[in-house]
Design a binder for this molecule. Structure first.
Ligand code: SF4
Length: 494
C-alpha cells in the first residue's frame, strides 16, 4: 500500500521513499520548531472543518485500516453530507481526504494547507486524491485547495470564512491524472527493488527539507562548497558534480571577493579589518546608546491574538542595555510578558517606552527584525504606540560592518549572525552554556509558558529566557567595545 504522503515523498525523491519504507531508522530527529509547525498544521485542519460544519470525523487512530475503510464506505452509502479525514483505497494507493463534501453536482474534495498560496506540490497531492476517489466510484465534481488568507486580521473569535481562501484546482488536478498513474506504477516498482542510487541535489530541499539529509549528506566534509556564503556564485551543486567538494579545491576564479575572504580565512586563518570603515561606523553612534533585542513567537498560521494576522511574529520579550556616556556604566532593563493568555504587546509597548531613552542611537543586530516588529506595533496599536514612531530612524545595525565584511574574522566561516560573531570576537561570552541558546528556543519557551507548567519549572524557564535575551544585548555592548579597541576609536559624547 502506498499512502498519499509516501507518494508525495516519492515525487520529491525515490530514494527518500525507499528509505522511508525500508530504513526508517535512518531518519533525522524532529526538532521542536518542526513539531510546532506540525501542530499548527493540525490546528489549521481542524479549523477548516468549520467551513463545512456538521460532518463526521474519522480519527486517524480509530481502529484498523480496514475498519476505517469500511466506516468511510458505509458513511458514503448512508448519505452523509460531509466527511473529515475519510479513508479511501484504490489500486494499492491509500488517501485520507481532509474534507469531502456532497455538493449539488457531486462530491467536492478539499485539501487544507497551512500555506499562504498554491504550490506545485499541492497539485500532485490533490491529483492523487482525485485519482483514488474516482477509482472508488465517487463522482467528484470539484477539487479545491483551502489555504491561509494572509489579509485576515483577527478580531475576537477566529472567523474561519475570512481566515481561509478556497481555490478550485479541478482542471489542474485532472490534467495530472496520466502522470499520477505513471508515477504510482513507478513508485510501486521501485519499492519492490533495491535502494535506488540517487545522489544529493537541490531536490533534497525542494519542495520539503528531506528528513534523510543526515544520512545522505554524511560524506560531505565540513567545511565544504556547501558552506560558501553569498548566494549565486558559484553554484555549489555544479561544483559538487565536477567533484569539487572541499573549499581548497575551488578554483579562485569561481569565487566572489567575499567568498575568497571566507576561503582564505578558513584555510589560512586570515582576518580582515578595515579600520577606517569601522571607525566611520562607530562614529555613527550617539549617546546614550541603547542596545535592543526583541524575541517573538513562531510564525503560526492561526493568529494568536486580536489585531494580528496569520504568520505575524508577536513580540513577547526584550532586553535593553543602555550606556549613557562614553566609558560610563551600562544599565539593563528587561521585559518578559506574563504568560496569562492575554496579548503581550500592550505591556511590551508601555515598558519599552518607559525604558528607552528619548534620544541617542538604538543598536540592534539585524535591525530589519526589530524595526519590522516596531512598525507592526505602530500599525496594530496606534493609540498606544505613537511614541514608537520616531524610533526606527535612530537604529544603527551592528550587523552591517560584518555583513559588508569591513571586519571579517576567520572563525565566522562566512557567517555574520550574532551567534557566530559574539564568540569569535568576545570568546569569554558564549551561547553554548545557556539552557536557551537561540530565538527558536525562546519562541518554544514562550509556547511552554503559555501551555502552563508548574510554577517552579515556569520560573526556571523564565530565567533561562531572560538570560538568553540578556546575552544578546550584553554581547552587542561587548562587540562595540571590541571594535573600539581594535580601531582605537575614541567615543564622542553625543
Ligand atoms: S537527502 Fe536528498 S538524496 Fe537523500 S533521500 Fe533525501 S532527497 Fe533523496
Amino acid at each position: 500500500m502506498l499512502s498519499k504522503s509516501q507518494f508525495i515523498r516519492g515525487r520529491q525523491c525515490h530514494k527518500s521513499l525507499w528509505l522511508h519504507r525500508h530504513r526508517p531508522e535512518l531518519r533525522d530527529e524532529t526538532t521542536d520548531a518542526q513539531e510546532a509547525i506540525f501542530a499548527s498544521g493540525t490546528d489549521v485542519g481542524q479549523l477548516a472543518q468549520q467551513l463545512f460544519p456538521g460532518g463526521i470525523e474519522f480519527a486517524y487512530d480509530d481502529g484498523t485500516l480496514s475498519e476505517q475503510l469500511k466506516r468511510t464506505a458505509e458513511a458514503i452509502v448512508s448519505g452523509v453530507t460531509t466527511l473529515y479525514e475519510a479513508t479511501f483505497e484504490y489500486g494499492g494507493v491509500l488517501v485520507k481526504t481532509d474534507i469531502l463534501h456532497r455538493g449539488a453536482n457531486g462530491w467536492e474534495l478539499y485539501e487544507v494547507k497551512s500555506s499562504t498560496k498554491l504550490k506545485e506540490v499541492y497539485l500532485d497531492d490533490i491529483a492523487v486524491q482525485l485519482y483514488v476517489l474516482r477509482g472508488c466510484g465517487l463522482t467528484v465534481a470539484q477539487a479545491s485547495l483551502i489555504h491561509i488568507n494572509t489579509e485576515y486580521v483577527r478580531q475576537g473569535e477566529i472567523d474561519v470564512q475570512s481566515l481561509f481562501t478556497r481555490l478550485d484546482v479541478t482542471t489542474e488536478a485532472e490534467a495530472r491524472q496520466t502522470d499520477v498513474v505513471a508515477a504510482i506504477a513507478e513508485q510501486m516498482q521501485l519499492l519492490a527493488g533495491p535502494e535506488p542510487v540517487i545522489d544529493i541535489g537541490p531536490h533534497c530541499d525542494d519542495p520539503y527539507t528531506c528528513d534523510f539529509s543526515g544520512h545522505c549528506w554524511a560524506h560531505i566534509p565540513s567545511p565544504s562548497v556547501f558552506d560558501l556564503r553569498d548566494h549565486g556564485k558559484p553554484d555549489a551543486f555544479a561544483l559538487y558534480r565536477q567533484g569539487i567538494v572541499r573549499l581548497e579545491d575551488v578554483p579562485a576564479d569561481q569565487l566572489g571577493w567575499r567568498q575568497k575572504l571566507q576561503v582564505a580565512g578558513t584555510l589560512r586563518q586570515e582576518n580582515r579589518i578595515d579600520t577606517g570603515a569601522i571607525r566611520d561606523f562607530l562614529g555613527e553612534l550617539t549617546y546614550p546608546i541603547s542596545y535592543l533585542d526583541f524575541e517573538s513567537t513562531y510564525m503560526v498560521p492561526v493568529p494568536l491574538y486580536d489585531r494580528s494576522h496569520p504568520y505575524q511574529q508577536i513580540v513577547f520579550q526584550y532586553s535593553l542595555h543602555i550606556q549613557d556616556v562614553p566609558d560610563g556604566p551600562v544599565r539593563h532593563h528587561a521585559f518578559l510578558a506574563e504568560a496569562d493568555q492575554s496579548d503581550p504587546r500592550p505591556a511590551f509597548i508601555a515598558t519599552l517606552l518607559q525604558h528607552l531613552p528619548e534620544s541617542g542611537s538604538i543598536v540592534a543586530f539585524n535591525q530589519v527584525f526589530e524595526i519590522g516588529r516596531l512598525n507592526e506595533l505602530i500599525a496594530d496599536f496606534p493609540e498606544l504606540a505613537a511614541g514608537l514612531a520616531a524610533l526606527p530612524e535612530r537604529f544603527v545595525d551592528l550587523m552591517a560592518p560584518f555583513r559588508r565584511k569591513e571586519i571579517y574574522l576567520w572563525p565566522l566561516h562566512g557567517s555574520y549572525s550574532i551567534k557566530s560573531v559574539l564568540p569569535a570576537l568576545v570568546p569569554e561570552l558564549s551561547y553554548a552554556t545557556l539552557a536557551i541558546g537561540n530565538g527558536s528556543d525562546a519562541a518554544q519557551g514562550w509556547l511552554e509558558l503559555l501551555a502552563g507548567t508548574d510554577s517552579a519549572a515556569a520560573a526556571r524557564l523564565r530565567q533561562d529566557m531572560l538570560d538568553y535575551c540578556h546575552l544578546d544585548t550584553w554581547g552587542m555592548v561587548r562587540i562595540v567595545d571590541k571594535l573600539r579597541e581594535m580601531t582605537n576609536h575614541v567615543a564622542a559624547d553625543g
